[in-house]
Ligand binder design. Structure first.
Ligand SMILES: O=C(O)CCC(=O)C(=O)O
Ligand SMILES: [Fe+2]
Length: 316
């Protein structure tokens, strides 16, 4: 164990079958999960097992490149590209220089001609099947994310097409973050985190991991002492969690739960897909989630403005 908070209690989160013939029942189980912890699993999610394997293989090929090659693709002003270890601190109050992980961001993928594509890609000579694999995974995760959001809409007694109809998917801000956590760490990093405590910023996150433990959630961040619970891996399932924008839409009925990744002394790979709405979309409390006695807790805000504000405090 390389420090970082130790093991937490084991959690039993619901497993939602996306191929269920009873979407109302699936939506009901999502509602319960979103109210209780903001985390659940999905199975029969439509992302092929072979594609996930290829994604992880390509991810490790990238992170194994020499540091100067990775740094040549350093995160640009459009928030795409490579971030080295220690350059990002998800919990700004952490006493460490930065989180242990290194990561690579791929944003919405532009047209075939790539004129609209602000992404950075490793060269095809170096990693021949990288771009194709990432593009396939991005598209597949986006399709799955939209299906989950239609169930989330049903779970809020809205039409299944609610998010589509308000324009959330016109130019969705869909970012894939490949993550690599080191195995052994130096003594000076004793107690540091792979990813320090944070909530996700947008609508939902779809998380795939290589099965290595480390992810923990804290359902009540203001409780003293905090209770951190392990989110264990289920083969074939993706982990889904609610982000801040859905918490704002639902006036905190659905929870954007704080989570972190502790160092477990073993190398770890994961891929987080953040499905966030069109940046111009105004996010405001749903009518069904407020009343005179329970007024909206947040002012309406443009999705893009909220995400920018949160990102600006995360990076040095
Ligand atoms: O790697 C993980 O398991 C979690 C990553 C995460 O929370 C994030 O990237 O926002
Ligand atoms: Fe996260």
């Amino acid at each position: 164990m390389a420090g970082g908070g130790g093991g937490g209690n084991r959690l039993d989160l619901p497993v939602v079958d996306l191929a269920s013939s009873d979407p109302r029942a699936a939506a009901e189980s999502i509602r319960k999960a979103c109210v209780e912890s903001g985390f659940f699993y999905v199975v029969n999610h439509g992302v092929e097992e072979g594609l996930l394997k290829r994604l992880f293989a390509e991810s490790s090929k990238f992170f194994e490149l020499p540091m100067e090659e990775k740094m040549a693709l350093r995160r640009n002003s459009n928030h795409r590209g490579y971030t080295p270890p220690y350059a990002e601190k998800l919990d700004p109050s952490s006493k460490f220089e930065g989180d242990l992980k290194e990561s690579f961001y791929i944003g919405p993928i532009g047209d075939e001609g790539l004129q609209n594509d602000a992404n950075q890609w490793p060269s095809e000579e170096r990693l021949p099947s990288w771009r194709e694999t990432i593009k396939m995974y991005h598209a597949s995760a986006l399709a799955t994310g939209k299906r989950i959001l239609s169930l989330i809409a049903l779970s809020l007694n809205l039409d299944a097409e609610f998010f589509e109809n308000i324009g959330a998917f016109i130019r969705p801000s869909a970012f894939l973050r490949l993550l690599h956590y080191p195995g052994e760490v130096d003594d000076s990093d004793y107690g540091n985190y792979g990813a320090s405590a944070h909530s996700d910023y947008g609508m939902i996150t779809l998380l795939a991991t290589d099965g290595t433990p480390g992810l923990q959630i804290c359902k009540e961040k203001d409780r003293n002492p905090q209770l951190w619970e392990d989110v264990h891996h289920i083969d074939g399932a993706l982990i889904v969690n609610i982000g801040d924008l859905l918490e704002r839409w639902t006036n905190c009925i659905y929870r954007s739960t704080v989570h972190r990744v502790v160092a477990v002394g073993k190398e770890r790979y994961s891929a987080a897909f953040f499905l966030d709405p069109n940046p111009d979309l105004v996010v405001q409390c749903l009518k069904s989630c407020c009343s005179e006695s329970c007024p909206p807790r947040f002012l309406p805000i443009k999705s893009g403005d909220y995400l920018k504000e949160r990102l600006s405090v995360t990076y040095k």
